[in-house]
Structures are given as C-alpha cells and as structure tokens.
Design a protein around this ligand. Structure first.
Ligand SMILES: *Cc1c(COP(=O)(O)O)cnc(C)c1O
Length: 831
C-alpha cells in the first residue's frame, strides 16, 4: 500500500527549469509543488498545486485561456509565448517559459517515469491497444498495483498525462501509444521508456502521413527500441519485418502457425461459444478458457497472456484470473441503441489516433447490418486540411464504414468519402433536427467528436431508453464537485472520499474508479465487505474501514484494508490477533471529541499508546474525529470545542507513539465552514454527491444523480372512487391517475403517501395519491395533458427536487440517496 506520508515524488515548481530546459519567469510561491497537469482549459483541476500548460495549436491557442484559468484560481503556468507574461502582474504566480509546452509536458512525465523501477508495458498497433491494456490490468489486479493510461490516452498529450500518474507504490505500469505521423513515436518512447512491449497488429489503412504501411510499422516499432522483451504475433509479416533488426534475444514472437515458435498457440471453439486457447511453451502446454470466439478478441487476449507468461506470471494464476476479464468499459462507452443498434460513444476528443482507436472496435460487432460513423471536425494539426481529411477517408474506408454523418464546417468542406454515403451538417443541432435518427436500425454507430460539438446530444437520441426505474449517475458532474472541493483544501492537505453505502447510493465501484483516476488519496467505507468489493474491482487506493469487526481481521488483512480502531476491547483483540498470526495492520485511531458514537476518550489514550507501542505489527496511519454539527452556525462553539479537543488528543497520541500521523477532522461541511480545521486530510462525503449541506456553496456543485421511472398505466377515475391499499386515496372530483413503476422497495418511502411526496412528469409536479405500494405508486396527473404509458417520471433530478423530497420524508438528502435500493439499475454517464 502507498505510504501516504511519502513525499519523495513531490516536484517543486522551481525544478521545472532544469527538467524542461525552460526559464522560470516568476517564482512568487517558492515552496509550491506540481501535482496536477492541466492541458484542457475546459476541465481544469482547480487546485493550488495545478499547473496549466498553455499549448499553441493550429486552431486553438491555450494562451487565450490563461485569464480564465487565473480566474478559476490556478496560479502555476507553463507558457511558450513570452508575451503571455502580461497576465501575471500580481505577486502570486509561478510561471515557466519553454520552447514547447507539449515537450515540457513530456519532459516532466519522463522525469516522473525515471523515478520508478517497476516494469512498464507499452502497447502500440492499429487496433486493440485499449482492450489489451485493460485486460492485462484486469489479469494483474490481484497481484499488482497497476497504473494504466485512462481510456485511450495514447497521444502526444495523453501519454505524458497518463505517465505522470505513476507513484512509488505502483508495481506495474501499462500504457498505450498511438501516432499519426513520423517522428512522434520517438517522443512517446522517451516518456514511457517501456521495459516490455506489445505490438498488437497493423491495419491496412494507408495514411497519407506515411509513405507505406511498412514505414508506419517501422515507426511504431521505435516504441520498443529499449525494451527488454517485445511480444508480437509472428504471423503478421509486416510486424515481423518491422522488428527484424532488433536483437533476437528481445523478441518474443508467438504464432498460431509455426509450431517451433517460443509460444505456439491453438484455438478451439467449444459448443457453448467459449474458446480454449492452448499455449505451448518449451514442451509444456497450458489451456486458457475465455468466453468469446471472435478472432480479434482472441488475438488480443493471446498478446496479453503471452506477454505475462513471458514476464514470469504463472499459468495457474492467469487461468484463475481469466474469468474476470470484462469487455472493455462496456458500461461507459458501448451503449445499447435504438432498434437493435449499438453505439460506441467516444465524444471526448477527436484526433486521428483517437479516431483509429474508436474505429478499431468496429470489428467486435460482426453481425450488424450497417456501420455508421458520426464524426465532427478533427482536432489535429496536419500539413493541409485536404491531407488530413484524405487520411480520415482512408481510415473510414479501411473499416468498411457505410455511412458518415459529418458534423462541422471543416469536415463538411474537406471530407470527400466515396466508399459510402456521406451526409453533412454544419453543427450538431442541425443534424439533430434534419436527420431521421429514428430510422437507424441494426447498426453499429460510432459517435466521435470534440467536446465543443456536444455530440452527446446525438448519443442520447440514439440510446435505447431503458425501461423501468433507473438511477442515472453523471460522472462529469461528480468530477466537477470533486474539483470544487479540491479548490477549497489547502496545499498539501490530502483528500479522503467516503464511498460507504454504495457511495451514497450511487455505485461504489464506478465511483471508486473515477476517484482513483483523479488521484484522491484515500477512500473510506463503513464495512469490510464494501472494501473487499472495491479491491476485487481493481481499486488499489488505501481504504479505511470504519466499522470493522474482529471476525473480519483475516479479510481486512488479505485485502489490505485499514481498520478504524475505536475501543480498547477492539484494540486488544487486534493486538492478540496480530501477534498470533504475525500479520501487520495499518490502523486509524478514532477519537471521540463529542459525537459520542465510536471512539476513544482522553483517559483511554495511555493504554492505547502502551498496547500499540508494544506491538510491532500495528502501525497507526492516522487519528481522526468527527464533527457532530459542522453544517450549522448554531453549533459553532461546539465544533470549536471538538477541534480543540481533537488537537489535544492527537498531540498526546503523536507524542506517545513517537512518529507522525495523518490527522483528519473535517467532513464536507467542515471543509467549507472551518478551513482552519483541515489538518493533514479531510473526509469528503455528501458534497461530492452534489449536496452542499451548509447551503453556502450549492451554486458551485452539480447534482450527480437522477432517479427516474416510467408511467405504467393512466386511468380516469370518478368522484368518490378510491385508489390503492386501504382505499387511502379518495377522489374528491373526477381525476386522472398514473401508476408509476417505483415503490417503497425501490427506496421511494411509504412516508410519501397521500400527497406528502411528489414526482415530476413533463416538468409538472404530480403528488402521490393514496398509499405508496411495494413496487408501484399512484400519482395525481389530472392537470397533465397528453400523458401516456411509457412517459418518463422524474423522482429527483435537481438539487431542489432532492431536498424537497427529503423534507417531505422528514429526513435529510443522505437518506433519500442511500435508500435507492440495489435493485434499481445504475446507469453511468460521462458527458
Ligand atoms: C460519513 C462520514 C463522513 C462524511 O460526511 P459528509 O457529511 O457526508 O461529508 C465523514 N466522516 C465520517 C466519520 C463519516 O462517517
């Protein structure tokens, strides 16, 4: 587990001069280090340790965004245009001038890379990079702490951003690299410096930036020039030739044809659509079973298996792990569309490497009737627009795309696609209004565009409406909220995020992954099971467990979970256990400063110190306490007393133990109202999920969840008739009633009965009529016109609706969120 006191990898801004070969123009905040690298002005991580890289592109100049970054509170900058210095008049900026901001970004990542000795796997090739990367990381979940590039971050900017994430605790790194012109791979090689390489395959697309496919393969092979081992399939002649000049002892070529290969592979499809992959190596053979049969997928998993076997992982271990591999990020990026279609949703950015990556997944859907690509203007520098779009056209042709829906002024003008139909629109709204989207059927639709085009609107139009009750979670809104709280915490203060109770109802694993990607320092759960679930799904961040029981010691240890220690009897049991089993634990000491829930009192501390000092297996990671009334002014005095008490008690612990510990006191409300109580870490909860309980900063947060259901039936009823159990709804006049598909078993409390609670249909409030049933509820829709079966019903979407419901239920939003039962499907969106 990461030692979070370890700051060896902190890079002070002042070191950038040396690392980037630049010139520091301003160093007003000398001690400030560099933690977050911002290249996209639309999605900055607002933090005192962020650095904005102003990058000059062809159509876009990052320097233009400096004033808005300053407004947002960013105060460290890398610039390549000297005249931008005019923005930094006041005395609170760190600024470094470099020749190229992209190169500076790469230099910085390359420096970070040089600090680790762990093996680093790099993957390149035309298709499959992202899938191989994900699969390898899933295969290694149980034995390694893996850092991998998020999504398909494989460009000149994406690669350094990914590599920058390497920390001293990572034991394996996996990064993908993509290129679109000669000269690029050399730079990526310098950043990744892989020890192991995988060359996945090479497409036949002719790209105008390369003379030939061989030249392209040779350029890609540059990634491996300093690798110890290179895994590839010898049966691809072009790849074999591209590697021919490499030292033979480095080449790990496998084959499905040549039995004399180091690894010889045979595939057998089983009756139930599984495949047995037999890998022969030095007269030994191992059989691996996977639950798919498509040739592309089989080749990809073989790359992963052969690479890992070659690195020394045991075949039994890999066999055990194999059932775990998932089709990559299905829930986030491949969506079910209308009329038996599938959507590959890649509305994040649009450069050539990304386009190729998205198109490469087309082959996973051999059974669709038609391949459609919705594409915005490409954001990439190129010799000329004609050349760029010629390249796009070649790429589309090589993936046999039958229809292109081009959106944007440039693509409309320059894309000349002859191998299929081309339909052009100037912008997204025009496309939405003038194309018969509903007629698309049994197709694969790749939607790929720069964020400014908002192609997510098209995705939403094409998505199959999921019937029944769903909780939609907006991961971008969550990121917004995270960034807001980050801007509120002081430099050096760490961030623990509470993901207890399914991350306040929203889905622990998905939220955990996003938080891991955004590099929070710690997670916390209530029960050991919750921690185990996170570990089994690839979360390697340190995790505190607040309600551990002695029965779970084995489990806590096995999954590297850090228990809260809150009583002497618990501590004594842990003491005995650790000594008997010789197992080490990191623990968090809970101090009771006035909440009177769990925790030690002052008079217990002597004993706590005595026990822990005499036990070499127990290490105190942190001491913490919880504020009982941080959200309310009326408890200010009490909160201050709690803080004083916490200060004193934690001092006693530190003195007694003789080493530093992380101290933390603030919850979400505390972060906002008591910046002076931040100590070494804060614990963010409800605020991340969109509710600012002090109400002072609600405007800066976005709601992250929408609970919705559908109308199952609409009925007219006559005056005097009654509705539902206990005949509790009595019609005082002729009315119209809708039965909706949510009940108390879904988390829509029975307390909302008889008009206490309401839902929204077509934006109009519909109060509950009669009693809420287990799976259904009747609401009054007399005033809503044209209401029909299947209409969407919003239970809550805005913060006001959530608060209104909490009030109607005589409770707090925490309970409304965590009550949404597990049977309600969670749908994650990142838009
Ligand atoms: C749940 C919890 C938090 C988070 O509280 P919010 O009000 O949701 O920010 C912090 N600390 C402890 C100990 C908790 O149990």
């Amino acid at each position: 587990m990461p030692d979070i006191n370890n700051n060896e990898n902190n890079i002070p801004f002042s070191n950038l001069e040396k690392i980037t070969d630049g010139k520091i123009l301003k160093l007003d905040i000398e001690q400030r280090s560099v933690k977050y690298l911002i290249t996209d002005s639309r999605r900055p991580i607002i933090h005192s340790e962020s650095v904005f890289f102003a990058i000059k592109g062809n159509n876009h100049d990052g320097h233009d965004y400096i004033p808005s970054m300053i407004n947002n509170g960013i105060n460290q900058f890398i610039i390549e245009d000297k005249t931008a210095i005019k923005h930094f008049e006041s005395n609170d900026f760190n600024v470094c001038l470099v020749d190229s901001s992209i190169k500076a970004l790469q230099d910085l990542a390359s420096y970070k890379r040089s600090l680790t000795k762990s093996p680093i796997i790099a993957i390149t090739g035309s298709n499959g990079k992202t899938i191989i990367k994900e699969w390898i990381s899933q295969l290694l979940y149980d034995s390694e702490k893996v850092i991998q590039s998020p999504m398909s971050y494989n460009s000149q900017i994406g690669v350094p951003i990914s590599v920058w994430g390497i920390e001293s605790f990572h034991t394996v790194g996996i990064f993908e690299a993509g290129i679109s012109q000669p000269g690029e791979m050399k730079k990526l090689e310098k950043v990744i410096k892989p020890t192991h390489g995988i060359f996945s395959n090479i497409g036949s697309a002719h790209e105008s930036n390369f003379h030939s496919i061989d030249q392209k393969a040779a350029e890609k092979a540059i990634l491996f020039q300093n690798c110890e081992r290179i895994t590839y399939c010898k049966d691809h002649e072009i790849i074999h030739n591209a590697l021919i000049n490499y030292d033979k002892s480095k080449l790990n070529g496998w084959s499905a044809i040549d039995e004399s290969s180091n690894y010889f592979v045979a595939y057998d499809k089983t009756e139930d659509n599984f495949t047995n992959i037999t890998i022969h190596h030095h007269k030994k053979k191992s059989i691996f079973t996977v639950k798919f049969t498509d040739p592309g997928g089989l080749e990809n998993i073989t790359h992963g298996l052969v690479c890992l076997l070659d690195m020394g992982y045991k075949s039994d271990y890999l066999k055990n792990q194999l059932p775990r591999i998932k089709e990559v990020d299905m829930r986030l990026t491949i969506k079910r569309g209308i009329n038996q279609s599938f959507i590959i949703d890649d509305t994040y950015n649009n450069d050539m490497a990304g386009l190729e990556a998205a198109l490469s997944r087309v082959n996973q859907f051999p059974n669709v009737d038609k391949r459609i690509v919705v594409l915005s203007d490409i954001q990439q520098s190129a010799a000329t627009k004609e050349k760029l779009y010629e390249q796009v056209s070649n790429l589309l042709e090589s993936f046999k795309v039958e229809m292109v829906i081009a959106i944007g002024i440039e693509i409309t003008q320059y894309l000349n696609y002859k191998s299929g139909e081309k339909i052009s629109f100037q912008n997204t709204n025009e496309a939405l209004n003038n194309f018969a989207w509903d007629e698309i059927e049994n197709s694969l639709i790749v939607v790929k565009g720069g964020r400014v085009f908002q192609l997510e609107k098209i995705v939403r139009r094409l998505e199959k409406k999921i019937h029944g009750t769903t909780l939609e979670i907006n991961l971008s809104a969550l990121t917004n909220n995270l960034n807001f709280y980050r801007s509120k915490i002081k430099p050096g203060v760490k961030l623990m995020v509470m993901v207890k109770a399914l991350a306040y109802g929203s889905g622990a694993v998905e939220i955990g992954k996003i938080l891991q990607f955004h590099r929070v320092d710690y997670l916390a759960v209530a029960y050991p099971d919750e921690g185990v679930n996170l570990r089994r799904n690839g979360i390697y961040l340190p995790i505190m467990v607040m309600n551990p029981s002695p029965e779970s010691f084995d489990m806590l240890h096995r999954y590297d979970l850090e228990p809260e220690v809150y009583s002497l009897s618990f501590l004594k049991k842990l003491d005995t256990y650790t000594k008997e089993e010789k197992k080490s634990f990191k623990v968090h000491i809970k101090l009771d400063t006035g909440m009177h829930r769990l925790g030690f009192n002052t008079e217990d501390l002597k004993k706590v110190i005595e026990i822990i000092s005499a036990n070499k297996y127990i290490r105190v990671a942190a001491a913490f306490s919880h504020l009982a009334g941080a959200d309310s002014f009326s408890h200010n005095e009490f909160s201050k007393q709690q803080n004083n008490q916490f200060g004193k008690m934690s001092e006693v612990l530190i003195d007694g133990l003789g080493h530093g510990i992380i101290r933390h006191l603030c919850n979400s409300a505390g972060i906002i109202r008591f910046p002076e109580f931040q100590y070494d870490m804060v614990r963010l909860g409800i605020g991340l999920y969109g509710v600012e309980v002090t109400e002072m900063e609600q405007k800066n947060l976005l709601p992250i969840s929408k609970l919705k259901t559908i109308v199952s039936q609409v009925k007219e009823i006559k005056k005097g008739q009654t509705v539902g159990y206990g005949r509790a709804g009595v019609a005082q006049k002729d009315m119209k009633i809708a039965t909706i598909a949510i009940g108390y078993a879904d988390g829509f409390s029975r307390i909302f009965s008889q008009g206490n609670g309401s839902v929204y249909i077509k934006g109009v409030k519909a109060p509950v009529f009669g009693n809420v049933c287990m799976d259904m509820t009747m609401v009054d829709v007399t005033s809503i016109e044209d209401i029909k079966e299947g209409d969407e019903v919003v239970v809550f979407e805005t913060t006001e609706q959530l608060l209104e419901l909490a009030e109607a239920g005589k409770t707090i939003p925490y309970e409304i969120l965590t009550n949404v039962s597990e049977r309600v499907k969670r749908v994650f969106q990142s838009i």
